[in-house]
Design a protein around this ligand. Sequence first.
Ligand code: CUA
Length: 441
Amino acid sequence: MIRNHRPRRPVVAALVAAGALALAACSGDYPNTTFDPHTEFGRTIDDLWDTLLFWGTLVFILVEALLVYVLIRYRRREGSPEPKHVHGNTTLEIMWTVIPAVILFLIAVPTVKAIFKTQAKARSDALQVEVIGHQWWWEFRYPQYVTRQATGRLDTLVTANELYVPIGRTVNFHLKSADVLHSFWVPQLGGKRDLITNHTNFLWFTPDSTLETAVWNGFCVEYCGASHANMRFRAFTVSVAEFDRWVRHQSTPAAFNAMPVPSPGATPAAQPAQGPVPQSLPPVSPPPGAPPATLASASPGDAYVYPADRLPDHVRPTTPIPSGLAFDESLRGDAARGQQLYSRSSCIGCHRIAGNPMSVGIIGPNLTHFGSRHTLGAGLFPNEARYLGRWIKNARKMKPGNTMPVFGRGEQDPKTGKPEPTGTMTDQEIADIVAYLLALK
Ligand code: CUA
């Protein structure tokens, strides 16, 4: 009888096609995959996932096989008598209680072990990095390092949206939020862990010592408002020597033309300016506890930034420029004039530039070495003049919900449809500020 119900050819063909399609999903390049971890933290979670997948698959296959067997073996047949009615079966009931309990135990042991491992305190010699989530950008603070201000004051080394960590050294992240809930995740390194208001969460991982210098995409993975999807960052895992050079450079105040950063395709406005020479700074002595080595002055050849020409495609932003936001790209900016304009504008109320004593705001991203960053607007656009000009002109069009004011003359706030009182700058003035900011290498 069963022989009459053999699967037909089309069914076999469909099954083979579905199988091939499913297997095809396993090939290819997935730069943001979480299944290719490069830290012990990531591997702990990946191993746990593999364990759970193994047991889950085993249970699924056994249960389905049993089900199919029973369906076929005991199916209704012509003329067969009605099955015997039974009530209760102690042996069966004990079995289907004990077996799941054993399975749960097998799952619970590695799960609890992984929880203890990933929630443990970081080792005491870890690099400390404070991660502060803002709507919608990332602030990274390195409390073990300082930046010298123009006044000679020493402040914590702060950067935004581009995280540098050394290969082979444990990094302990202090996760905080300036406003609402966010969540920190670099799929191939570690996370996710939430950033919670008025509470510090911790997360640590060690980029594998076998890694080469690389860059990874980071994301906010907790819905946090209009531009949640635009709250991205880049994580650079660099050699210890490169990290030291990066820190030394970031510890210095901003200066024009401080270092040549390779940036192929840079627009004329991005060229090093002929502006004022770096201000000479009074000598300072580090405060108690500050590591003196971090104050060693960085000579241009010394500075390190991940080279722009080595950025892989998957970290290059592809967000299109919003329609209806024109900017005269033929304008040549003057960085010295840009510095004057910037320092007189309301920019300085929100942004800080170590080396520009006028610019001491703390609400927006720190712009000290802005020109050495690869992206703009929390990983949304390439950090190039044509994007930065439009950003300054109308940041709210460039990024929905942005709190940065509209500065372009005649521009409107896309939400209210009205011009903003700050909207006074001409394209030329903006091009000058762009030249200044991009010169902050
Ligand atoms: Cu921050 Cu989502």
